[in-house]
Every structure is written in structure tokens, then in C-alpha cells.
Design a binder for this molecule. Sequence first.
Ligand code: HEC
Length: 207
Amino acid sequence: MHKLSQYVLSLVLMIGVSLLLLSWSPANALAAPVIPNPNELAQAVQEIESLDAMRSGLASSLEGSTEVPTMQTMKEVCRPIGMRAIQLSQENGWQVKQIAKKYRNPDHAPGNLHDQIALAKFNQDPELIGFWDRETLDKQTGTRYYRRINVEASCLACHGLKDRRPQFVKDGYPQDLAYNFQVGDLRGMYAVFIPDDIQKAIQKAVN
Ligand code: HEC
């Protein structure tokens, strides 16, 4: 099986098993129902895989094309990913972000200490594809899922040598730091915060 699909499968299984154990232990028998919802975590993992595949697909279609890329096709690689992230947040009540130490769009700069620690973890361990953590964001408890983003050959057209960046990048991102990458480098990560749905949990406990 492909390494990545193996990873996703094992992650989803791990989420399921650990949450089942949590809910079945005698100490928890009378406690609150399972938070977070394993289906929701599995859904977040899948959505991020699709998002990442969408970027790789867009970048490699640009690379494979025999036509000289126009301004418009050039712009259609990473911006749609940011827009889809916003859409995923709205649809699911999550906070979906792309975070990078060397960022192009300043909205993607690391924010809190959790962001920095997660990036450092990915940096130290090139084999680490993803993990999750219990966190509190804006006074809400929840689960945060992290997934690494690596540099592929097709990314270098825009994230390679500084002088080779397309004009629209030079013009549009004066604070750009996202260049001089090499294939295999850590480019950044996705972070999905899934708040615990307290209302749903209370409802379940009452019934
Ligand atoms: C055609 C040019 C182009 C290509 C090819 C490209 N990118 Fe980007 N990338 C950009 C632009 C422009 C942005 C800023 C988008 C925005 O404003 O949100 C960006 C932003 C990003 C971000 C968000 C963090 C940040 O720095 O703002 C990540 C992560 C990223 N790119 C990864 C990749 C990866 C991985 C590939 C290859 C699979 C790739 N990019 C290929 C142009 C490109």
C-alpha cells in the first residue's frame, strides 16, 4: 500500500481505537460522552489529504504543461488552497490554517507557542507526517490536528531560487520569505482546530 494511505488508515484506526478505549473504561462509564468525535477527526484527516493532493495536482499540471504559464494559471496554485481552507473552516466549525516559518502570505506566519512547537517537531523528525494534540484556543477546548507539507519538484517554480520567482510573486508579496527551498524540505504545515462540541455532548448525556 502507498505509504501515505497507510498512514491515513493507521491514523484513523488509532483515533477510533483510542477513543473507544477512553469511552469504555469503567472510570468513564458514567462520565461525559466521547469528545472529540472520532468521525469528525477522521473527516479532518481526509479533508487535509484532499487539500494537499489538490495543491500537488495544480502545481504539477503547471509543470507538465507545454504552454508558457500565464499570470492567471500561475496564480491558481496556492491561493485556491487558502480559499478552500477558509471554506472548510466555515462548513465544519473548524479553524483550518496553513502555517509556515518561511511564509509568503503573512497570514500564514506561526502564531502561538503551539504553532512553533509543532513546526519544530516536524523539523526534527522528517518521518513525522501528522499528529494531534488537545489544546485550548480562544478559551475553547478542542483537538488540533497537524499535517506536514513537504517541498516537491513542482513547487520550485515559485518557491525555488529568489531571483527566479515569477513576477506576480515579486510584485504581490513584498515580505515574501518562501523561497530558496529544495525538494524534500519542510515547507510548513496544516493545522486544524476542532472545538469540542459541548452542546452536542450535553444533549447526548441527557438522553
Ligand atoms: C505558481 C506558483 C506557485 C507554485 C508552483 C507553488 N506555490 Fe506555494 N505559494 C504560492 C503563492 C503565490 C503563495 C501565497 C498564497 C496566498 O496568498 O495565500 C503560496 C503559498 C504557499 C503556502 C502557504 C504558506 C505561505 O508561505 O504563505 C504553502 C504551504 C505552499 N505555498 C506550499 C507549496 C507547495 C508544497 C508547492 C508544490 C506542491 C507549492 N507551494 C507550489 C505560489 C506557488
